[in-house]
Design a protein around this ligand. Sequence first.
Ligand SMILES: Cc1cc2nc3c(=O)[nH]c(=O)nc-3n(C[C@H](O)[C@H](O)[C@H](O)COP(=O)(O)OP(=O)(O)OC[C@H]3O[C@@H](n4cnc5c(N)ncnc54)[C@H](O)[C@@H]3O)c2cc1C
Length: 815
Amino acid sequence: MAELPGTARTVIIGGGAVGASCLFHLAKKGWTDSLLLEKDELTSGSTWHAAGNVPTFSASWSVMNMQRYSAELYRGLADEVDYPMNYHVTGSIRLAHSDDRMKEFERVVGMGRYQGMDVRICPVEELKDHYPFLETHALAGALYDPYDGDIDPAQLTQALAKGARDLGARVVRFCPVTGVRRQGGEWVVATGQGEVRCEYVVNAAGYRGREVGAMFGRSVPMVAMSHQYLLTEPIPEIEAWSRESGRKLPLLRDVDTSWYLRQEKFGLNLGPYERNCRAHWVTSDDPMPEDFSFQLYPDDLDRLEWYVEDAVARVPLLGEGGVSRVINGPIPYTPDGNPLIGPMPGVAAAFEACVFTFGIAQAGGAGKVLAEWVVDGGTEWDMWSCDPRRFMDYADQDHALAKAVEVYGHEYAMHFPHHAWPAGRDKRLSPVHGRIRDLGAQFGAYGGWERANWFARAGDDTSESATRTWAREGPWFPRIREECLAVRDAAGILDLPGFSRFHVAGPGAADWLRSLVTGALPRVGRVGLVYFADDRGRIVTEMSVTRLGDDEMLLITAAAAEWHDRDWLLGNLPAGSSIAIENRTETQACQILSGPRSRDILRAVSDADLARPWLDWQRCRIAGSEVLLLRVSYVGELGWEIHSEVADTPAVFDAVWKAGAGHGLRPFGMFAMDSLRLEKGYRAWKGDLSTDYTVLEGGLDRFVRWEKLAFTGRGALERERQRGPDRRFATLVVDARECDAPYMSTVWRDGEVVGETTSGGWGHRVEASIALAMVRSDLAEPGTGLEVEIYGERRPAVVQPDRPLYDPDNEKLRS
Ligand SMILES: Cc1cc2nc3c(=O)[nH]c(=O)nc-3n(C[C@H](O)[C@H](O)[C@H](O)COP(=O)(O)OP(=O)(O)OC[C@H]3O[C@@H](n4cnc5c(N)ncnc54)[C@H](O)[C@@H]3O)c2cc1C
């Protein structure tokens, strides 16, 4: 057995498919001084018993990227590392029971095609050509994915480990990691066999990710669910068909009734994601055993009864093969079902690649992404959907459990644009949450914060089922319109808890910040918007800067960005710096007051100087409390942000609300805000603003100060400026039908894909469907005719001038 070395550059904790892929990809990037430590034998966690399905399908662009990469890697892996293995590319069929499901498939077909994959819609009449044993009752159609298949998970892991070893990386088995400590700028990893010093550590411990995370003082949001599949005896008809056709049946998924069915040798493998699911190891009477290597939970077939019956009705042959074996194993879930890949929040030089629900399908891509994080400090594709920093403190064990059960039971659910998943809610509440609720707020969670999406009136249908549609219109639509028009014609108030706030102060603070952002800092007394680029010039984040003093600033950023931006700021702070960064997210609250009457309302309740111009800040008093008043507006009207201490907020809110009564003040919600900001072309973080785009591609040129000698990303942006960006941000007006363009809808010209949308929605002030998009530079000229594919239908669109659609000269903002 391999001996434990005393040092390594990177240590990976965990030898499942994911850990092995991380090791392989680090070695491929030249980091051969990497070491994988496995508690037991490789594959002994969840990997050994996985069904081995390798789908490429995902409604998430980045997850699809990862899975597509895996499938490509696996196709050539046996040859690449000289380790024969069973990988069957059988194709797959996903059945749809409704038109809404077909729309989801159309969208994924569009994304898949854009990624170079020939996934396609399959009409019901053709299904039996692919799957002769299928009953086709109650179906609307299907999606056919020729790249889907299954792989032997143990062979995959061994192949990845062999590939890594051949390149010089090391694997030490039966070597449990028992603790870590930081010493002299290095990690010391303690194991049953001794200690290893290293620069970087990766937690790839699968369902034990939480246990290993605790060694770093990190609370990993996850729960192990029990997932079962059952294997049948060989079925003669399948054997005969397979022998005659020389192939395996495609993988079948009935996503609306929630199961997959795969040919295993000449029998079948049925795996349901049941609603009445079960979490393990979450209560004190069910502790996680110290060792569960190569073990399973007891069979629990009663839970699957309904699903088995449904599958038998769909493929009657399934009922003919007796059950030969049941596999019931731990499958880890984060609160949104995506894995954790990336920097460990708040911990330097440590990373996570754990809590994979589809770790076999994703291992290849995950290894690539993790290796990029470690070696390059950033990834080729924006991977926010899997970034560990997307969950913050609110994601405690109660939340993780509630969400894991919800996500598992809805594993194949559609994610509709106006729908809010109900489990694990009310984790972070505004100080005026009750008041907002009483006004009719229909809430959604944003970085754990409950915010109103829209305000219902008596009699409106506020049921969850009403939101199960891709359509723009529903009970919310007339209310959003009223809210938008109130903001345009009178005034609106939006309770916006959870703005991430960082107070930055100390000698040199301004110079330091200047070196990180592409543009200029506002003068003292002013507010400005700044962009942070990475060293490739790509958009990392956006913040507003309130310049409180020469070296004192308040940085405000998205609720979801709290840990991401905190770590970016702290990670860029020079060692020994006397600049202090204080996170004030929880101590203050914010109301957005916007609309032409907002000045009158504020005049009645505050001692503020309301003649001060746009992008100015001041302190003033409202209802006896000191507040920070910023004259900015994300909705494009005269307006202010009112930042108050949490304890003062109810009184501040009440005073403004009361004063607004005679001015037509209405509460508005996030859906209205999204519509209003689209009309102004204001970008949203991690939709329009992501590391998939550079600052110049994003059309943010006016936020770059070229005369600054140095700032992160300058070199890359300078080179891009000289050659001209390949893609450009553009605002499109789309002749859409009942649905607006969702994120990552493809943009077409002359039968060719020329870009993608980054967000879309209806503008009530301009009465148009708007899409923000990234298109080939030569097509970003105003007036250019394009098409946007919305759920499979290409709709005409026109590129708009490079200025806001609504109030292009910002007169209302300045009024
Ligand atoms: C029944 C079932 C069917 C499934 N089918 C599929 C499927 O078809 N397709 C798919 O993509 N996914 C499937 N999955 C999920 C899949 O099994 C997991 O996502 C995947 O195996 C996770 O791999 P991993 O490397 O992240 O974790 P694991 O395989 O769990 O590996 C983690 C490793 O870390 C080691 N470890 C833990 N703590 C320590 C420590 N302190 N020191 C050293 N080592 C440590 C463990 O021993 C373990 O070997 C299925 C899961 C189940 C339960």
